[in-house]
Write a protein of this length. Structure first.
Length: 338
């Protein structure tokens, strides 16, 4: 059986074919908080704060007991709480079932193992992928894809009423984004840059302040021979950050832009040689401090715009030459390149 929190909070037992989904925000928040703190004591006061915040009912402890009793019935798979369902169905006739929710002198504990949640499975897969990313990026990418497939929606969806679920949901979302970054890094390491540009475009739109997605997209475009588009990604990133945060992109993104302008060989993996590009741009002088670096950025951006303009003019010129050849009956026409 597995408790799932990577989406709506639910309980599934694939062997028994059971799918339990709490109804109502309070029931979902209660189960979510107990799963987040599974194996640990959660006090009555903490659960009251989780379910009602700063406006608890006058009889909050009694109301909490009612919600716990309902949740116990749900987990037992019966309406009256008798043995059966998840608590006792397979153990009937052999021994008394052990309750999932244990009452203590100060609160409640959900009694599950450390790997009986989808969040724990997600963490195990991502931890393994992180360890092997450099040595076996192909395998790491597969593990990360499996880990991310466990997500059915926002973590603890519909259960975030208090600090316990809110804090865990925020951490899980950060872990999800980190796993995405690692997965696309693994794909770049295995020469799959042509497959991921569309997905990364969506991610840079959905998470415009996350520089790593811009970084990965720029490299993917560059390795596809689309240098102008790679540089336009930087322009878009800079515009969003300056407009929304009032800051320039970080040094890593600036260095990547300069490396693309210079056709740095380190941007192309040995297994996936880079396509031939325009003439190499002379290296920009090193800057001695951050202030000097800021002064260089506008010049680099102007170079980016000019290069993009030149490439577009070349494409238009070649199209016109092809058309002219057709109109002159196939007579060869010399094509001009920059």
């Amino acid at each position: 059986m597995q408790f799932r929190i990577l989406g709506l909070v639910e309980v599934r037992d694939e062997e028994a074919g059971l799918h339990l989904l709490p109804t109502g925000a309070k029931q979902r928040a209660l189960l979510g908080a107990l799963v987040v703190r599974a194996g640990h004591h959660v006090s009555v006061r903490q659960l009251i704060d989780e379910l009602w915040g700063e406006e608890p009912p006058a009889n909050a402890e009694n109301a909490l007991q009612v919600h716990v009793a309902r949740l116990r019935r749900l987990l037992s798979g019966t309406e009256d709480g008798r043995d059966g369902g998840l608590d006792g169905g397979r153990e009937a006739g052999r021994r008394a079932p052990q309750p999932w929710i244990v009452t203590t002198s100060r609160g409640y504990t959900l009694r599950i193992g450390p790997v009986e949640t989808d969040a724990a499975c997600f963490q195990q897969l991502t931890d393994t992928a992180r360890r092997i990313l450099h040595e076996d990026p192909g395998r790491a990418g597969e593990l990360l894809r499996r880990a991310l497939s466990l997500w059915r929606g926002p973590a603890l969806e519909g259960s975030v009423l208090g600090d316990i679920c809110a804090g865990r949901a925020a951490q899980l979302e950060e872990d999800r984004l980190t796993a995405l970054e690692m997965m696309y890094d693994a794909y770049l390491r295995t020469g799959r840059h042509g497959e991921i540009t569309g997905e990364l475009m969506v991610l840079t739109t959905d998470h415009p302040m996350r520089e790593r997605f811009y970084d990965l997209l720029m490299v993917a475009f560059y390795r596809c021979g689309r240098q102008a588009e790679a540089l336009r990604v930087y322009e878009r990133a800079r515009h969003r950050m300056v407009h929304d945060l009032g800051v320039e992109p970080g040094p890593a993104l600036r260095r990547l832009m300069q490396a693309i302008l210079q056709h740095d060989p380190s941007l192309g993996p040995a297994a996936c040689p880079l396509p031939a590009g325009p003439p190499r741009v002379p290296a920009l002088p090193a800057v001695a401090d951050a202030a000097a670096g800021d002064a260089v950025v506008p010049l680099m951006e102007e170079i980016v715009r000019l290069r993009g303009r030149i490439e577009r003019l070349q494409q238009e010129q070649n199209q016109l030459m092809c058309r002219l050849e057709e109109l002159t009956g196939g007579a060869p026409v010399r094509r001009v390149t920059a």
